[in-house]
Write a protein that binds this ligand. Structure first.
Ligand SMILES: [Zn+2]
Length: 477
Protein backbone atom coordinates (compact mmCIF):
# COMPACT_ATOMS: atom_id res chain seq x y z
CA UNK A 1 0.00 0.00 0.00
CA UNK A 2 1.18 3.49 -0.77
CA UNK A 3 1.86 6.00 1.94
CA UNK A 4 -0.53 8.81 1.18
CA UNK A 5 -1.27 12.14 2.70
CA UNK A 6 -4.89 13.01 2.22
CA UNK A 7 -7.06 15.97 1.85
CA UNK A 8 -10.01 14.18 3.15
CA UNK A 9 -11.09 11.25 5.17
CA UNK A 10 -14.24 10.32 6.90
CA UNK A 11 -14.68 7.74 9.52
CA UNK A 12 -17.99 6.11 9.88
CA UNK A 13 -18.25 4.48 13.19
CA UNK A 14 -20.52 1.87 14.51
CA UNK A 15 -21.11 3.73 17.74
CA UNK A 16 -21.16 7.35 18.73
CA UNK A 17 -18.09 8.35 20.70
CA UNK A 18 -18.47 9.77 24.17
CA UNK A 19 -15.24 10.63 25.93
CA UNK A 20 -14.80 12.20 29.32
CA UNK A 21 -13.20 15.62 29.41
CA UNK A 22 -11.10 16.25 32.45
CA UNK A 23 -11.88 19.67 33.97
CA UNK A 24 -8.84 21.75 33.08
CA UNK A 25 -7.73 25.15 34.36
CA UNK A 26 -8.48 28.11 32.19
CA UNK A 27 -6.18 28.34 29.16
CA UNK A 28 -4.60 25.06 30.12
CA UNK A 29 -4.49 21.92 28.13
CA UNK A 30 -7.23 19.41 28.54
CA UNK A 31 -7.17 15.79 27.66
CA UNK A 32 -9.99 13.56 26.68
CA UNK A 33 -9.62 10.17 28.18
CA UNK A 34 -10.43 7.35 25.91
CA UNK A 35 -9.45 3.81 26.46
CA UNK A 36 -5.99 2.38 26.67
CA UNK A 37 -5.74 0.21 23.55
CA UNK A 38 -4.98 -3.46 24.00
CA UNK A 39 -3.26 -4.41 20.78
CA UNK A 40 -2.84 -8.13 20.26
CA UNK A 41 0.23 -9.76 18.75
CA UNK A 42 0.52 -12.38 16.03
CA UNK A 43 0.11 -15.95 17.19
CA UNK A 44 2.30 -17.14 14.33
CA UNK A 45 5.01 -14.49 13.82
CA UNK A 46 7.17 -16.88 11.79
CA UNK A 47 4.51 -17.17 9.09
CA UNK A 48 5.52 -15.32 5.92
CA UNK A 49 4.72 -15.10 2.21
CA UNK A 50 6.57 -18.34 1.52
CA UNK A 51 4.56 -20.47 3.91
CA UNK A 52 1.21 -18.71 3.55
CA UNK A 53 -1.76 -20.84 2.51
CA UNK A 54 -3.08 -20.29 -0.98
CA UNK A 55 -6.58 -21.23 0.17
CA UNK A 56 -7.75 -21.28 3.78
CA UNK A 57 -10.63 -23.75 3.35
CA UNK A 58 -12.36 -24.85 6.57
CA UNK A 59 -11.04 -22.69 9.36
CA UNK A 60 -11.74 -22.57 13.08
CA UNK A 61 -12.49 -19.08 14.36
CA UNK A 62 -13.56 -17.64 17.70
CA UNK A 63 -16.83 -15.75 17.36
CA UNK A 64 -19.46 -14.73 19.83
CA UNK A 65 -23.07 -14.17 20.59
CA UNK A 66 -24.58 -12.69 23.69
CA UNK A 67 -22.65 -14.03 26.67
CA UNK A 68 -21.18 -16.92 24.78
CA UNK A 69 -18.02 -17.44 22.80
CA UNK A 70 -17.64 -20.39 20.45
CA UNK A 71 -14.94 -21.84 18.26
CA UNK A 72 -16.81 -22.33 14.99
CA UNK A 73 -15.71 -23.81 11.69
CA UNK A 74 -16.10 -21.38 8.80
CA UNK A 75 -15.77 -22.23 5.13
CA UNK A 76 -13.12 -19.82 3.86
CA UNK A 77 -12.68 -21.48 0.49
CA UNK A 78 -11.47 -18.89 -2.01
CA UNK A 79 -9.70 -16.88 0.69
CA UNK A 80 -5.92 -16.75 0.41
CA UNK A 81 -3.63 -16.62 3.45
CA UNK A 82 -1.46 -13.99 1.76
CA UNK A 83 -2.88 -11.19 3.87
CA UNK A 84 -6.36 -12.69 3.65
CA UNK A 85 -7.35 -11.84 0.12
CA UNK A 86 -10.62 -12.81 -1.47
CA UNK A 87 -13.16 -11.44 -3.92
CA UNK A 88 -14.33 -9.19 -1.09
CA UNK A 89 -11.05 -8.03 0.45
CA UNK A 90 -7.88 -6.78 -1.15
CA UNK A 91 -5.57 -7.13 1.80
CA UNK A 92 -5.35 -7.54 5.56
CA UNK A 93 -2.93 -5.28 7.40
CA UNK A 94 -1.65 -4.99 10.93
CA UNK A 95 0.40 -2.20 12.51
CA UNK A 96 -1.37 0.39 10.36
CA UNK A 97 -1.23 3.92 11.79
CA UNK A 98 -3.29 6.95 10.92
CA UNK A 99 -3.37 10.46 12.39
CA UNK A 100 -6.29 12.80 12.09
CA UNK A 101 -5.40 16.41 13.00
CA UNK A 102 -7.81 19.30 13.33
CA UNK A 103 -7.35 22.89 14.39
CA UNK A 104 -10.33 24.92 15.57
CA UNK A 105 -10.21 28.59 16.50
CA UNK A 106 -12.77 30.28 18.71
CA UNK A 107 -12.70 33.89 17.52
CA UNK A 108 -13.03 37.13 19.47
CA UNK A 109 -16.72 37.11 18.48
CA UNK A 110 -16.96 33.68 20.09
CA UNK A 111 -17.62 31.77 16.88
CA UNK A 112 -15.80 28.56 16.26
CA UNK A 113 -14.17 27.75 12.94
CA UNK A 114 -12.41 24.48 12.31
CA UNK A 115 -9.94 23.97 9.51
CA UNK A 116 -10.27 20.96 7.28
CA UNK A 117 -8.81 17.94 8.97
CA UNK A 118 -5.36 16.84 7.97
CA UNK A 119 -5.04 13.13 7.54
CA UNK A 120 -1.80 11.28 7.47
CA UNK A 121 -1.15 7.63 7.07
CA UNK A 122 1.79 7.35 9.45
CA UNK A 123 2.42 3.70 8.74
CA UNK A 124 0.89 1.75 5.86
CA UNK A 125 1.00 -1.42 7.93
CA UNK A 126 2.21 -4.92 7.20
CA UNK A 127 0.46 -7.77 5.49
CA UNK A 128 -0.83 -10.43 7.84
CA UNK A 129 -0.03 -13.97 6.65
CA UNK A 130 -1.79 -17.21 7.53
CA UNK A 131 0.10 -20.49 7.42
CA UNK A 132 -1.92 -22.73 9.72
CA UNK A 133 -4.36 -25.03 7.93
CA UNK A 134 -7.60 -25.25 9.87
CA UNK A 135 -7.07 -22.01 11.79
CA UNK A 136 -7.68 -22.37 15.54
CA UNK A 137 -5.57 -19.36 16.52
CA UNK A 138 -5.85 -18.10 20.10
CA UNK A 139 -8.85 -15.85 20.62
CA UNK A 140 -6.65 -12.90 21.56
CA UNK A 141 -4.42 -12.92 18.49
CA UNK A 142 -4.28 -10.64 15.45
CA UNK A 143 -5.04 -13.66 13.27
CA UNK A 144 -8.31 -14.38 15.05
CA UNK A 145 -9.32 -10.70 14.90
CA UNK A 146 -8.80 -10.81 11.11
CA UNK A 147 -10.62 -14.10 10.55
CA UNK A 148 -13.56 -13.16 12.78
CA UNK A 149 -13.84 -9.76 11.03
CA UNK A 150 -13.85 -11.44 7.66
CA UNK A 151 -16.94 -13.59 8.32
CA UNK A 152 -19.51 -10.78 8.10
CA UNK A 153 -17.73 -9.12 5.17
CA UNK A 154 -17.71 -12.34 3.16
CA UNK A 155 -21.33 -13.07 3.96
CA UNK A 156 -22.58 -9.66 2.83
CA UNK A 157 -20.40 -9.84 -0.27
CA UNK A 158 -22.04 -13.19 -1.06
CA UNK A 159 -25.51 -11.71 -0.62
CA UNK A 160 -24.63 -8.81 -2.92
CA UNK A 161 -23.21 -11.12 -5.57
CA UNK A 162 -26.28 -13.36 -5.42
CA UNK A 163 -28.60 -10.38 -6.01
CA UNK A 164 -26.34 -8.67 -8.58
CA UNK A 165 -24.40 -11.54 -10.18
CA UNK A 166 -23.01 -9.42 -12.99
CA UNK A 167 -21.59 -6.71 -10.78
CA UNK A 168 -18.19 -6.60 -9.19
CA UNK A 169 -17.68 -4.65 -5.99
CA UNK A 170 -14.34 -3.01 -5.34
CA UNK A 171 -12.35 -4.88 -2.70
CA UNK A 172 -11.75 -3.42 0.76
CA UNK A 173 -8.66 -3.54 2.93
CA UNK A 174 -9.09 -4.91 6.40
CA UNK A 175 -7.16 -3.18 9.19
CA UNK A 176 -6.49 -5.37 12.19
CA UNK A 177 -6.12 -3.32 15.39
CA UNK A 178 -4.89 -0.18 13.62
CA UNK A 179 -3.73 2.81 15.63
CA UNK A 180 -6.04 5.69 14.71
CA UNK A 181 -5.08 8.85 16.56
CA UNK A 182 -7.30 11.91 16.77
CA UNK A 183 -5.63 15.14 17.60
CA UNK A 184 -7.67 18.32 17.92
CA UNK A 185 -6.40 21.69 19.04
CA UNK A 186 -8.88 24.37 20.01
CA UNK A 187 -7.42 27.86 20.27
CA UNK A 188 -9.61 30.19 22.25
CA UNK A 189 -9.25 33.84 21.29
CA UNK A 190 -12.59 35.00 22.62
CA UNK A 191 -12.84 37.64 25.31
CA UNK A 192 -14.97 35.35 27.42
CA UNK A 193 -13.51 32.85 29.80
CA UNK A 194 -12.57 29.88 27.75
CA UNK A 195 -10.20 27.08 27.36
CA UNK A 196 -7.49 26.11 25.00
CA UNK A 197 -7.88 22.47 24.41
CA UNK A 198 -5.43 19.94 23.14
CA UNK A 199 -7.34 16.76 22.66
CA UNK A 200 -5.47 13.64 21.79
CA UNK A 201 -6.71 10.12 21.83
CA UNK A 202 -6.40 6.73 20.24
CA UNK A 203 -9.59 5.17 18.99
CA UNK A 204 -10.70 2.00 20.77
CA UNK A 205 -13.84 -0.10 21.24
CA UNK A 206 -15.35 0.58 17.86
CA UNK A 207 -15.35 -0.46 14.23
CA UNK A 208 -15.02 1.85 11.25
CA UNK A 209 -15.30 2.09 7.55
CA UNK A 210 -13.55 4.88 5.66
CA UNK A 211 -12.24 5.67 2.19
CA UNK A 212 -8.79 7.08 1.51
CA UNK A 213 -8.60 8.43 -2.01
CA UNK A 214 -9.81 5.50 -4.15
CA UNK A 215 -9.24 2.84 -1.54
CA UNK A 216 -11.70 1.57 1.04
CA UNK A 217 -10.91 0.37 4.56
CA UNK A 218 -12.64 -1.49 7.35
CA UNK A 219 -10.99 -1.13 10.71
CA UNK A 220 -11.41 -3.31 13.79
CA UNK A 221 -9.78 -1.01 16.35
CA UNK A 222 -8.48 -2.47 19.62
CA UNK A 223 -10.49 -3.04 22.71
CA UNK A 224 -9.50 -0.81 25.63
CA UNK A 225 -8.20 -2.06 28.96
CA UNK A 226 -11.09 -0.18 30.59
CA UNK A 227 -13.70 -1.93 28.45
CA UNK A 228 -12.12 -5.28 29.07
CA UNK A 229 -12.57 -4.80 32.80
CA UNK A 230 -16.28 -4.14 32.23
CA UNK A 231 -16.92 -7.11 29.98
CA UNK A 232 -16.92 -10.72 31.04
CA UNK A 233 -14.45 -12.88 29.13
CA UNK A 234 -17.33 -14.78 27.56
CA UNK A 235 -18.77 -11.60 26.06
CA UNK A 236 -17.86 -11.14 22.41
CA UNK A 237 -15.74 -8.21 21.31
CA UNK A 238 -16.96 -6.10 18.39
CA UNK A 239 -14.99 -7.93 15.69
CA UNK A 240 -16.26 -11.23 17.07
CA UNK A 241 -19.84 -10.33 16.11
CA UNK A 242 -20.09 -10.84 12.35
CA UNK A 243 -23.16 -8.62 11.86
CA UNK A 244 -21.04 -5.65 12.94
CA UNK A 245 -18.52 -6.16 10.17
CA UNK A 246 -21.47 -6.67 7.82
CA UNK A 247 -22.66 -3.22 8.86
CA UNK A 248 -19.22 -1.75 8.11
CA UNK A 249 -19.16 -3.49 4.77
CA UNK A 250 -22.61 -1.96 4.18
CA UNK A 251 -20.93 1.46 4.25
CA UNK A 252 -18.56 0.23 1.57
CA UNK A 253 -21.48 -0.96 -0.56
CA UNK A 254 -23.17 2.42 -0.09
CA UNK A 255 -20.00 4.21 -1.19
CA UNK A 256 -19.84 2.05 -4.30
CA UNK A 257 -23.40 2.94 -5.26
CA UNK A 258 -23.68 6.50 -3.99
CA UNK A 259 -20.19 8.02 -3.99
CA UNK A 260 -21.36 11.65 -4.00
CA UNK A 261 -23.31 11.06 -0.82
CA UNK A 262 -20.30 9.56 0.87
CA UNK A 263 -17.68 12.05 -0.21
CA UNK A 264 -18.69 14.76 2.16
CA UNK A 265 -19.57 12.51 4.99
CA UNK A 266 -19.46 13.83 8.47
CA UNK A 267 -19.18 12.33 11.84
CA UNK A 268 -19.26 14.04 15.16
CA UNK A 269 -16.00 14.56 16.98
CA UNK A 270 -15.29 13.57 20.52
CA UNK A 271 -16.75 16.83 21.79
CA UNK A 272 -19.95 16.27 19.83
CA UNK A 273 -19.35 18.99 17.25
CA UNK A 274 -20.11 18.11 13.67
CA UNK A 275 -17.12 17.84 11.39
CA UNK A 276 -19.17 19.26 8.56
CA UNK A 277 -21.10 22.51 8.75
CA UNK A 278 -23.36 21.32 5.99
CA UNK A 279 -26.61 19.82 7.24
CA UNK A 280 -26.91 17.86 4.00
CA UNK A 281 -23.76 15.99 4.98
CA UNK A 282 -25.34 15.10 8.29
CA UNK A 283 -28.48 13.92 6.50
CA UNK A 284 -26.36 11.77 4.20
CA UNK A 285 -24.45 10.26 7.08
CA UNK A 286 -27.75 9.30 8.76
CA UNK A 287 -28.93 7.72 5.49
CA UNK A 288 -25.61 5.89 5.27
CA UNK A 289 -25.92 4.54 8.83
CA UNK A 290 -29.48 3.39 8.22
CA UNK A 291 -28.43 1.75 4.97
CA UNK A 292 -25.60 -0.13 6.72
CA UNK A 293 -27.97 -1.36 9.45
CA UNK A 294 -30.32 -2.66 6.76
CA UNK A 295 -27.46 -4.42 4.97
CA UNK A 296 -26.45 -6.15 8.22
CA UNK A 297 -30.03 -7.17 8.87
CA UNK A 298 -30.66 -8.54 5.37
CA UNK A 299 -27.40 -10.47 5.62
CA UNK A 300 -28.18 -12.07 8.97
CA UNK A 301 -31.97 -11.95 9.44
CA UNK A 302 -32.89 -13.72 12.65
CA UNK A 303 -29.30 -14.52 13.48
CA UNK A 304 -28.79 -10.81 13.77
CA UNK A 305 -30.30 -10.85 17.22
CA UNK A 306 -28.36 -13.90 18.27
CA UNK A 307 -25.16 -12.17 17.27
CA UNK A 308 -25.51 -9.83 20.19
CA UNK A 309 -26.12 -6.58 18.35
CA UNK A 310 -27.69 -5.08 21.45
CA UNK A 311 -24.91 -5.91 23.83
CA UNK A 312 -22.39 -3.49 22.46
CA UNK A 313 -22.50 -0.60 24.81
CA UNK A 314 -24.61 0.95 27.51
CA UNK A 315 -25.45 3.98 25.42
CA UNK A 316 -26.39 2.06 22.31
CA UNK A 317 -29.99 2.36 21.35
CA UNK A 318 -31.77 -0.31 19.45
CA UNK A 319 -30.32 -0.74 15.99
CA UNK A 320 -32.34 -3.82 15.14
CA UNK A 321 -34.28 -2.57 12.14
CA UNK A 322 -37.40 -4.68 12.69
CA UNK A 323 -38.08 -3.25 16.16
CA UNK A 324 -40.54 -0.38 16.42
CA UNK A 325 -38.93 1.11 19.54
CA UNK A 326 -35.58 2.26 20.84
CA UNK A 327 -34.18 0.59 23.91
CA UNK A 328 -35.46 3.43 26.13
CA UNK A 329 -39.00 2.44 25.11
CA UNK A 330 -39.69 5.40 22.84
CA UNK A 331 -41.01 4.77 19.34
CA UNK A 332 -38.70 5.09 16.40
CA UNK A 333 -40.14 8.14 14.72
CA UNK A 334 -38.89 11.35 13.19
CA UNK A 335 -40.59 14.43 14.58
CA UNK A 336 -39.63 18.08 15.01
CA UNK A 337 -37.84 17.44 18.29
CA UNK A 338 -35.65 14.78 16.76
CA UNK A 339 -34.67 16.61 13.62
CA UNK A 340 -34.13 19.99 15.28
CA UNK A 341 -31.65 18.38 17.64
CA UNK A 342 -30.04 16.43 14.87
CA UNK A 343 -29.38 19.41 12.65
CA UNK A 344 -28.28 21.67 15.52
CA UNK A 345 -24.66 22.75 15.10
CA UNK A 346 -23.92 22.70 18.80
CA UNK A 347 -25.48 19.63 20.31
CA UNK A 348 -26.00 19.13 23.99
CA UNK A 349 -23.52 16.87 25.72
CA UNK A 350 -22.99 14.74 27.65
CA UNK A 351 -25.72 12.31 26.89
CA UNK A 352 -26.68 9.99 29.69
CA UNK A 353 -26.32 6.30 29.17
CA UNK A 354 -29.42 4.51 27.91
CA UNK A 355 -30.86 7.78 26.71
CA UNK A 356 -31.56 8.33 23.06
CA UNK A 357 -29.15 10.86 21.60
CA UNK A 358 -30.98 12.72 18.83
CA UNK A 359 -27.78 14.37 17.61
CA UNK A 360 -26.31 11.03 16.67
CA UNK A 361 -26.47 10.11 12.99
CA UNK A 362 -26.82 6.47 14.04
CA UNK A 363 -30.07 7.33 15.88
CA UNK A 364 -31.62 9.14 12.92
CA UNK A 365 -30.25 6.35 10.73
CA UNK A 366 -31.99 3.78 12.93
CA UNK A 367 -35.35 5.50 12.38
CA UNK A 368 -34.78 5.72 8.62
CA UNK A 369 -33.72 2.06 8.52
CA UNK A 370 -36.79 0.95 10.45
CA UNK A 371 -39.11 2.95 8.20
CA UNK A 372 -37.51 1.75 4.98
CA UNK A 373 -37.49 -1.82 6.26
CA UNK A 374 -41.26 -1.55 6.64
CA UNK A 375 -41.77 0.16 3.27
CA UNK A 376 -39.69 -2.47 1.43
CA UNK A 377 -40.96 -5.40 3.49
CA UNK A 378 -44.04 -7.43 2.74
CA UNK A 379 -45.49 -7.33 6.24
CA UNK A 380 -47.03 -4.80 8.56
CA UNK A 381 -45.58 -4.14 11.97
CA UNK A 382 -47.12 -5.25 15.21
CA UNK A 383 -46.80 -2.97 18.21
CA UNK A 384 -43.23 -4.03 18.88
CA UNK A 385 -41.73 -5.32 15.68
CA UNK A 386 -42.10 -6.33 12.11
CA UNK A 387 -42.46 -10.12 11.92
CA UNK A 388 -39.45 -11.99 10.57
CA UNK A 389 -39.07 -11.93 6.83
CA UNK A 390 -37.99 -14.81 4.62
CA UNK A 391 -34.60 -15.10 2.99
CA UNK A 392 -36.11 -14.46 -0.41
CA UNK A 393 -37.90 -11.31 0.81
CA UNK A 394 -34.60 -10.16 2.32
CA UNK A 395 -32.87 -10.59 -1.05
CA UNK A 396 -35.63 -8.61 -2.78
CA UNK A 397 -35.40 -5.88 -0.16
CA UNK A 398 -31.59 -5.84 -0.42
CA UNK A 399 -31.97 -5.22 -4.16
CA UNK A 400 -34.36 -2.38 -3.40
CA UNK A 401 -32.04 -0.60 -0.97
CA UNK A 402 -29.24 -0.78 -3.54
CA UNK A 403 -31.55 0.77 -6.14
CA UNK A 404 -32.58 3.33 -3.56
CA UNK A 405 -28.96 4.36 -2.94
CA UNK A 406 -28.45 4.75 -6.70
CA UNK A 407 -31.54 6.92 -7.03
CA UNK A 408 -30.36 9.10 -4.18
CA UNK A 409 -26.99 9.51 -5.88
CA UNK A 410 -28.67 10.51 -9.12
CA UNK A 411 -31.02 12.89 -7.36
CA UNK A 412 -28.27 14.43 -5.25
CA UNK A 413 -26.03 15.09 -8.22
CA UNK A 414 -28.68 16.24 -10.72
CA UNK A 415 -31.23 18.04 -8.61
CA UNK A 416 -29.16 19.51 -5.83
CA UNK A 417 -30.49 23.01 -6.52
CA UNK A 418 -34.02 21.74 -5.84
CA UNK A 419 -33.17 20.61 -2.33
CA UNK A 420 -34.59 23.31 -0.07
CA UNK A 421 -33.13 22.08 3.21
CA UNK A 422 -31.65 19.01 4.84
CA UNK A 423 -35.08 18.07 6.15
CA UNK A 424 -36.54 18.45 2.66
CA UNK A 425 -33.75 16.22 1.41
CA UNK A 426 -34.65 13.47 3.90
CA UNK A 427 -38.28 13.77 2.86
CA UNK A 428 -37.34 13.38 -0.81
CA UNK A 429 -35.08 10.43 0.04
CA UNK A 430 -38.03 8.78 1.72
CA UNK A 431 -40.23 9.62 -1.27
CA UNK A 432 -37.77 7.72 -3.47
CA UNK A 433 -38.05 4.69 -1.22
CA UNK A 434 -41.82 4.86 -1.46
CA UNK A 435 -41.82 5.03 -5.25
CA UNK A 436 -39.40 2.08 -5.44
CA UNK A 437 -41.46 0.13 -2.92
CA UNK A 438 -44.67 0.69 -4.89
CA UNK A 439 -43.31 0.36 -8.41
CA UNK A 440 -45.04 -2.95 -8.95
CA UNK A 441 -48.40 -2.03 -7.45
CA UNK A 442 -50.71 -0.18 -9.76
CA UNK A 443 -52.98 0.86 -6.93
CA UNK A 444 -50.25 2.89 -5.24
CA UNK A 445 -48.89 2.37 -1.73
CA UNK A 446 -50.23 -0.50 0.36
CA UNK A 447 -51.83 0.17 3.71
CA UNK A 448 -48.78 -0.95 5.72
CA UNK A 449 -46.56 1.39 3.70
CA UNK A 450 -48.84 4.35 4.42
CA UNK A 451 -49.02 3.37 8.07
CA UNK A 452 -45.24 3.42 8.16
CA UNK A 453 -45.16 6.96 6.80
CA UNK A 454 -47.84 8.01 9.23
CA UNK A 455 -46.31 6.40 12.31
CA UNK A 456 -42.57 6.65 11.72
CA UNK A 457 -42.31 9.92 9.82
CA UNK A 458 -44.86 12.35 11.27
CA UNK A 459 -42.57 15.22 10.28
CA UNK A 460 -43.18 14.38 6.63
CA UNK A 461 -46.97 14.19 6.77
CA UNK A 462 -47.04 15.79 3.34
CA UNK A 463 -46.05 12.40 1.92
CA UNK A 464 -49.11 10.82 3.52
CA UNK A 465 -51.33 13.57 2.16
CA UNK A 466 -49.84 13.20 -1.31
CA UNK A 467 -49.86 9.42 -1.59
CA UNK A 468 -52.12 7.83 0.98
CA UNK A 469 -55.59 9.34 0.64
CA UNK A 470 -57.11 5.94 -0.14
CA UNK A 471 -55.99 4.54 3.22
CA UNK A 472 -56.86 7.63 5.24
CA UNK A 473 -59.45 6.00 7.51
CA UNK A 474 -57.15 3.18 8.54
CA UNK A 475 -53.95 5.04 9.18
CA UNK A 476 -54.29 5.42 12.91
CA UNK A 477 -54.95 1.74 13.46
ZN1 LIG B 1 -21.93 2.74 10.70
Amino acid sequence: MRLIALLFLCLISLLASCGEIEAPDRKELARIHYGTPLVYVRADPACNAKGALSDLGSTKVWVGAKGKMSLVTVDFSGVSGHGLQSEAIADTLWDFQLAYDRLCVVSVENTSICKSPKIQVRDPGKRLYFCKKGGDYPRESLENVALASLIGIQKTHKLHTSVFPHEKLQRVSLLVHPRIVDHKVIENRSAREGLNLDIHYVRTDNAYWFPIADASFIAAVPESAEKKKELAHAEPRLWEMPAIMSHEYGHHVFWQNAPSLTKALSFRSADGSAVSEDALDLANSAINEGFADLVAYYTYLIEYHALGWFQLDGNLFDREVSKTRFSDGSYKKLDDWFLNHFFAQTPKLPIRQHELNPTDDHAVGAVLAHGIFRIFGPQRATQFRVPEISESDARTAYGLIIQWSRRLEEHFVKDRSEIASASDYLKKALGHSLSLGTENTEAGPLLHQCQTLFQVFPIFNQLVEDHCQMHWEHLGS
